[in-house]
Ligand binder design. Structure first.
Ligand code: TRP
Length: 333
C-alpha cells in the first residue's frame, strides 16, 4: 500500500477549498491507506509571523482535522516540530541540494520577490525542509496541487541523487495529483483560487465562519449580469463557482444542478444552506474539541510518538550514509 503524506501549513485559517481538496479526501482514505497528516509549523516560520498566533493556529488546525476525522484513533496526525528528526534530516539534505536548485523554485521567487535582503533564509531552504518531511516518513506518494508539485519533484530528485551517491537510503517519492473533487474559487474574484492567504476575506469561506457570515459572503458573491444559471467556468466563472460549491457540498453534478434554478437569488440561497449544513457537524465537533485542548494534545502526542521510530531509523540511515561517525553504545551516566 503506498504511503502518503499531506502537509497543512498553519499560516491562516482553513477554508472550504482545503476542506474539499485535502481534508475530506484524507478523512475518506484513512481506513484503506497508510496516510499521515502533518501540521507543518516549522514551515510557517519562513515568513513574518506572530508567535502566539502560530501556536493558536496550530492547535486550531489540529482540532479541525480531528473533527473532520483525520487522525482520529489512527495516530497519524502530528505536528512537524514535535518530531525533531525533521530538522536533523533537513540539515543533512541541505548538503545534498544546491543553492541554484533552491533559488530557482517558483514559490521562492514569488514569495521573496524583490525583497531578497529581508527574506528569511528559511524561505530559501523551505523545499529542503519539505523534502525532509517527505523522505523522513518513507513516503511513496505526496498528494499536492500544482503549486507544490515542483517541491515534490525536488524531493524526488534529492532522494535519487542521495541514494546514488551514498547508497540506498530513501524511498523515492512521487507527486500525485488528487482527483479534483471541486475547483473552488474566490467568491469575490472567481478567477483566482479560494485561498486562506488571499488579500481580502470577503470571498473566502473559512471552515469556522459562523453560519451568518458564510451566508453573507455567499450572498455577496460576484456573478454576472446575464441572469441565466448555467455551468460555464470560462464565460460565467462566478455562477459556475457557486454551482461547483453546491455540487461539492451535496455530492452532485454542477451541470445538472444548474437546471434547478432560474435565477441567482435561489441559487445563492441553496449554496448558503448546503455549505452551512455540510459544515455544521464539523463545527460542532470542533467546538467540543476546542473546549478540551488536552484531548487534541493527546492525539498529537500519539501521532508524534508513532512517527518517531521510523523517523529515528531514517535519520540513522542517512547519518551513516553520509559518513558521520556512529557510536552504537548506549548512552552512559
Ligand atoms: N509546502 C506545502 C504547502 O504549502 C506544505 C508542506 C510542507 C507539505 N511539508 C509537506 C505538503 C510535506 C506535503 C508533504 O502546502
Amino acid at each position: 500500500m503506498p504511503r502518503q503524506l499531506t502537509g497543512f501549513k498553519p499560516t491562516g485559517p482553513l477554508q472550504l477549498g482545503n476542506y474539499f481538496g485535502a481534508i475530506a479526501p484524507l478523512a475518506r482514505r484513512r481506513r484503506d491507506a497508510d496516510t499521515t497528516a502533518m501540521i507543518v509549523d516549522l514551515h510557517a516560520l519562513t515568513v513574518e509571523h506572530d508567535p502566539a498566533g502560530l501556536r493558536r493556529r496550530t492547535l486550531e488546525i489540529a482540532a479541525l482535522l480531528l473533527a473532520a476525522g483525520v487522525g482520529e484513533d489512527t495516530d497519524r496526525l502530528l505536528v512537524q516540530s514535535h518530531v525533531p528528526e525533521h530538522t536533523e534530516l533537513h540539515y543533512l539534505l541541505e548538503s545534498a541540494a544546491s543553492y541554484g536548485e533552491a533559488h530557482r523554485m517558483i514559490q521562492f521567487k514569488q514569495k521573496a520577490g524583490s525583497a531578497r535582503e529581508r527574506t528569511r533564509l528559511s524561505l530559501l531552504t523551505y523545499p529542503v525542509l519539505m523534502a525532509a518531511d517527505i523522505l523522513l516518513h518513507d513516503t511513496d506518494e505526496v498528494p499536492v496541487g500544482a503549486d507544490q508539485s515542483q517541491h515534490v519533484e525536488l524531493a524526488r530528485r534529492m532522494a535519487y541523487r542521495f541514494n546514488r551517491r551514498y547508497g540506498d537510503t530513501f524511498t523515492i517519492p512521487a507527486p500525485v495529483n488528487p482527483p479534483v473533487a471541486a475547483r473552488i474559487m474566490d467568491l469575490a474574484d472567481p478567477n483566482r483560487k479560494m485561498d486562506k492567504t488571499n488579500q481580502s476575506e470577503a470571498g473566502v469561506l473559512y471552515l469556522l465562519d459562523p453560519p451568518g457570515v458564510l451566508r453573507r459572503k455567499i450572498n455577496r458573491a460576484t456573478t454576472d449580469s446575464d441572469g441565466e444559471v448555467r455551468y460555464d467556468p470560462e464565460r460565467k466563472p462566478g455562477v459556475s463557482n457557486l454551482l461547483e460549491i453546491l455540487a461539492a457540498c451535496v455530492d452532485g453534478d454542477p451541470r445538472r444542478l444548474a437546471s434547478q434554478f432560474d435565477s441567482y437569488a435561489p441559487l445563492k440561497q441553496a449554496v448558503g444552506d448546503a455549505v452551512v449544513d455540510r459544515l455544521a457537524p464539523l463545527q460542532r465537533r470542533h467546538a467540543e474539541l476546542a473546549a478540551r485542548p488536552e484531548k487534541v494534545l493527546a492525539a498529537l502526542r500519539a501521532g508524534a510518538s508513532h512517527a518517531r521510530q521510523r523517523a529515528a531509523d531514517t535519520v540513522a540511515r542517512a547519518r551513516s550514509a553520509v559518513g558521520l561517525l556512529i557510536d552504537d553504545a548506549p548512552p552512559t551516566g
